[in-house]
Design a protein around this ligand. Sequence first.
Ligand code: AMP
Length: 287
Amino acid sequence: MIRLALPNKGRLAEGARELLERAGLEFDVRGERALQAVLGDDFLALFVNARDIPEFVADGAADLGITGRDLVAEADRSLAELLDLGFGRCRLVVAARDDSSIRSLDDLPPGARVATTFTRLAADFFVRERRSVTIVPVSGAAEIAPHLGVADVIVDLVSTGSTLKVNGLLEIARIMDSTALLVARPVLLEDEATQRRIAELTAALESVIRAHDQRYLMANVPRAALPAVKRIIPGISGPTIIDIMDGGTFVAAHAVVDRRNLYRVIAELKAVGAAGILVTPIERLMP
Ligand code: AMP
């Protein structure tokens, strides 16, 4: 069994579970404490703290892991990045109290105190920016530190920005963007049989991710409008055109359409006389 370390709680845990299930891997939880689960035929899922995953994979306690790009960068271990999974999107930022005079990095006093759980990434960032700061390590809830007077700014993850806002903080610089990654121990990839099973997993996940923003559109269109229909829904390799029994002058046109273009596409199809328009989600997409 290939051991896959997964986050045991939070946004990354939910995202990872959803993605794996959509890719057709079923979780079969064994034991009461649910620390691990059999996943599909080939994998054993180990539920651990997302922050520990880079270390566990690098040290060989797990073979693969799903965790944030921010945590992989913070751990600074040698890991192979197999796939960007697209969920868990957030950014690592520097933030100051919104009632302070700090509005940009230029406003930081020399030796400014930076509270963070990302001590390595924060220290590297301020060295790159040629600012002398003092890193104040905290183990969580950094956003309270400026209000307690133990730090001038914080370095923390932001997704919607509502946590910063309710804590009276203002983003003043961006350090990096992050999403969830599938990572592997580099030596593991030298074994051919393992390599093949990991390639299958990666391909399955990739097909689900690719399908996420795509929809399958079906419409009955006048045969005479086919040149326009081809322009409106080019699809992956041209729309599929199918005869309709007793369809008269109408044929059916099917194509994959980007979700974000649906609104425009439907309006344009209607304008050329399309009827019976149907849109469905796609589970997987393998070009
Ligand atoms: P938000 O209020 O949406 O900006 O979320 C901010 C809080 O959620 C911070 O405490 C972050 O540590 C945490 N957070 C946001 N995005 C992620 C993520 N992708 N992975 C882990 N924690 C996150």
